[in-house]
Unconditional design. Structure first.
Length: 362
């Protein structure tokens, strides 16, 4: 009986130990499986727009395309137009042909204020994800126009004449190209040359003798739009013109007054300018008097006077002009010093004369 009981006890002990070893093995196996089990990573939706920035002219359209990533259901995006964070349709434009991945923007009939519009594409799957494009609404470019400072001028042989040009609505600021022609054919240097050429100005130098055809055309052609140009007719003349300039303070308007070059501001009322032209070709002419201030040589006033030579190939003309002095800006501001008077005929500078205005104490 003792042995039998001993045997039975041993079996029970072995069974318990086996169970414990089995449980330990199973537990270790379970821990091992947990460390190698793959985990699923969360996906994030991302959006991009093409183009990201562009300019659209009023009344025109532009297509935008959205590209999404990590959108397995292909739900795409929704579209919106805003300005300064607020919805702005239709003032800032409209959207049409919307799909989950593209839309067409139509600009309004005028440039909105402000002129920048934001197009936003927002993910349908994740409304926290979006992308934006900047649209600049612009007005159509106005046609280029070219204008010369002179349209017709006479230039004596060996003399020079400056031409300037203004080009409107030339946003590229490219200026003009210059050319000289006679009857549509390039004629330089026989008909003269162009010097000191810039995109905005050129100086015409007349030849040393009269050409067979004494009319030359100077043309300024827009670089931005070569269909736009402006021309001036230059008549080349002989150098026989002569001019005499006389300044007087005689209030009787007497052409035989005594010439004076110095005038006291407390005595002079008006300054009379007598210009005696000689050997002027027949036809209509314009005399130009330019008075320049002594301080900085700025133009103070310009007078234009027309006269006509008739019946002879060349003739003379006496032209009088008055510069008011007393009670004007000259005396109010004591514009004393050496003044300059430039005398031109038909746009060409012929002669210059200096004179003094002074105060008695000076």
């Amino acid at each position: 009986m003792f042995r039998s009981g001993a045997v039975t006890h041993k079996r029970r002990t072995t069974s318990v130990l086996g169970i414990l070893w089995t449980l330990a093995a199973l537990q270790g196996c379970g821990e091992h499986m947990q460390t190698v089990r793959p985990k699923s990573l969360p996906t994030t939706v991302s959006i991009s727009l093409s183009p990201a920035a562009t300019s659209v002219q009023i009344l025109l359209t532009h297509q935008f395309i959205a590209a999404t990533q990590n959108d397995p259901q292909n739900k795409g995006v929704t579209w919106a137009l805003t300005q300064s964070g607020g919805f702005c349709i239709p003032v800032c434009g409209t959207l049409s042909g919307n799909t989950g991945y593209q839309t067409t923007y139509s600009a309004p009939g005028g440039v909105p204020n402000p002129g920048t519009v934001t197009l936003t594409a927002t993910s349908v799957l994740d409304k926290t994800k979006s992308a934006s494009a900047i649209i600049s609404v612009t007005a159509p470019a106005l046609p280029v126009s070219v204008e010369l400072s002179l349209t017709a001028v006479s230039v004596s042989v060996t003399q020079a004449q400056l031409f300037t040009v203004s080009v409107e609505d030339n946003s590229q600021d490219k200026g003009v190209k210059w050319s000289l022609t006679q009857a549509g054919i390039a004629c330089a240097p026989a008909c003269g040359t162009l010097a000191s050429v810039t995109p905005n100005a050129a100086t015409y130098d007349a030849p040393s003798s009269l050409p067979n055809q004494n009319v030359v055309t100077v043309t300024a052609t827009s670089v931005a739009d070569n269909t736009k140009s402006a021309s001036a007719a230059i008549t080349i003349t002989s150098p026989s013109r002569a001019v005499a300039i006389k300044l007087c303070d005689d209030e009787t308007e007497n052409p035989n007054c005594t010439a004076v070059d110095n005038f006291s501001l407390d005595q002079i009322r008006d300054l009379f300018v007598w210009v005696n032209w000689q050997d002027v070709p027949a036809g209509a002419h314009t005399q130009e008097l330019d008075f320049y201030l002594p301080q900085g040589h700025y133009l103070y006033v310009r007078y234009l006077d027309d006269f006509h030579i008739a019946g002879v190939p060349t003739g003379s003309a006496l032209v009088m002009q008055v510069l008011p002095v007393a009670g004007t800006y000259i005396t109010q501001r004591d514009l004393t010093g050496t003044w300059q008077l430039d005398v031109s005929l038909d746009g060409q500078l012929i002669a210059s004369k200096l004179f003094q205005l002074y105060l008695p104490s000076q």
